[in-house]
Design a protein around this ligand. Structure first.
Ligand code: SAH
Ligand code: SF4
Length: 376
């Protein structure tokens, strides 16, 4: 159970400096501490040998390094992992590791459940339970390093990329996600480059407008439809922030970056819903002024969704129309069939606070989910 001690795992470098200052210590100790915690994976202050005995004793009294608890781990035959991670609210969330040639991507959750209720998303169907704390968000990267046995080693890092594409809407948990991302990019912690940390959003425009003040991470936009009428049906937040606003905000963010980076436009292909040729042509038109690449995601079915994945021919026709219009278009393929951790299928164990979803959860537990992992 969480005690009254401050969990140092979730403190940014600046917060740790302030914490040490309060203890009457020099702020430079923050670097030492942060390296022990995030580069060497050490949780016991007594093992932090370059820190004085006196400070270690005081830290033991008022602080702790407490990673979230792994409830279960699934190892896929192709090297993917999925961890069920317990969070303080009593729910659990999922973290997925996807190794590829030359890189390894960790898909991190930002909330237990999600309040935005996209019609095709299993996480959304559960409703919302809680925002994850900074410690719980960065804790997923910490745990992956522990589980993949890469703390303190000189071997190439196994997690080279992070995508905020697990459970939840990262921009609805803004402050905690921003603090966690700053730790991911901090040289004395995980040192990930801004190009290799991606925030995925369904379009919380006011938060997107604030983003540039906090980070220069990469951006993925879950668009999924080329016009407001259709998008408002499947991504309800579009009723508040329509496509024109969303793309205006995306362009503003890209403009604020010193390098020439593009947004990733995520587009799920759902049979008979948003996968007609006309949709592809409309999409090509609507994205004309947004520097982007397009990632097509064949819909991952789940029990009770009522949707079907588009046929292979619909998917390749869609891709061809966009390519012919000059876009870079990738199709997310399927992996990790034996562990069930695909995009939009992450469910963990979420106690819904906003509406009843017990029936859904019961159905989910009984079902054998179609087991796919996403990969770009
Ligand atoms: N809330 C954020 C990030 C989490 S969702 C967002 O919506 O962007 C991560 C990605 O998975 C999004 O692109 C989302 O649209 C997609 N996704 C959700 N449900 C899916 C499903 N059933 N099949 C395939 N992708 C799905
Ligand atoms: Fe929430 Fe993203 Fe799922 Fe929509 S797709 S319900 S925003 S997690």
């Amino acid at each position: 159970m969480p005690g009254n001690k401050t969990n140092l795992l979730g403190l940014s470098k600046q917060q740790l400096e302030a914490f040490l200052l309060d203890l009457g210590e020099k702020p430079f100790r923050a670097i030492q501490l942060i390296k022990w915690i995030h580069q060497f994976g050490v949780t016991d202050f007594d093992e932090m040998t370059n820190i004085s005995k006196d400070l270690r004793a005081r830290l033991n009294e008022c602080a702790e390094v407490r990673p979230p608890v792994v409830r279960e781990r699934f190892d896929a035959e192709d090297g993917c992992f999925k961890w069920i991670v317990e969070v303080e609210s009593g729910s659990s969330v999922e973290t997925v590791y996807i190794p590829e040639a030359g890189r390894g991507t960790l898909c991190i959750s930002s909330q237990a459940g999600c309040s935005l209720d996209c019609s095709f998303c299993a996480t959304g169907k559960q409703g919302f339970n809680s925002d994850l704390t900074t410690a719980e968000i960065i804790g997923q990267l910490w745990l992956a390093n522990r589980e993949l046995d890469t703390f303190g080693t000189k071997t190439p890092r196994k997690v080279t990329n992070v995508v905020m594409m697990g459970m939840g809407e990262p921009l609805m948990n803004f402050e905690n996600v921003m603090s966690a991302i700053s730790l991911m990019m901090e040289d004395n912690c995980y040192g990930l480059s801004k190009r290799r940390v991606t925030i995925s959003t369904s379009g919380v425009v006011p938060a997107m407008d604030r983003l540039k003040e906090y980070t220069d991470a990469s951006l993925a936009i879950s668009l999924h439809a080329p016009n407001d009428e259709l998008r408002s049906q499947i991504v309800p937040i579009n009723r508040k922030y329509p496509i024109s606003e969303l793309l205006r905000s995306t362009n503003d963010y890209l403009d604020s970056l010193p390098d020439s980076r593009v947004a990733t436009i995520e587009y799920i292909l759902i049979s008979g819903v948003n996968d007609h040729r006309q949709h592809a042509r409309e999409l090509a038109e609507v994205l004309k002024k947004t520097p982007c690449k397009i990632n097509l995601i064949p819909f991952n079915p789940f029990e009770g969704s009522g949707y079907k994945r588009s046929s292979n021919s619909a998917i390749s026709n869609f891709q061809k129309i966009l390519r012919d219009a000059g876009y870079t278009v990738t199709i997310r393929t399927t992996r990790g069939d034996d562990i069930g951790a695909a995009c939009g299928q992450l469910v963990g164990e979420v106690e819904d606070h906003t509406r009843r979803s017990a029936r859904y959860r019961a159905q989910w537990k009984q079902s054998t989910p179609v087991q796919r992992l996403k990969i770009q």
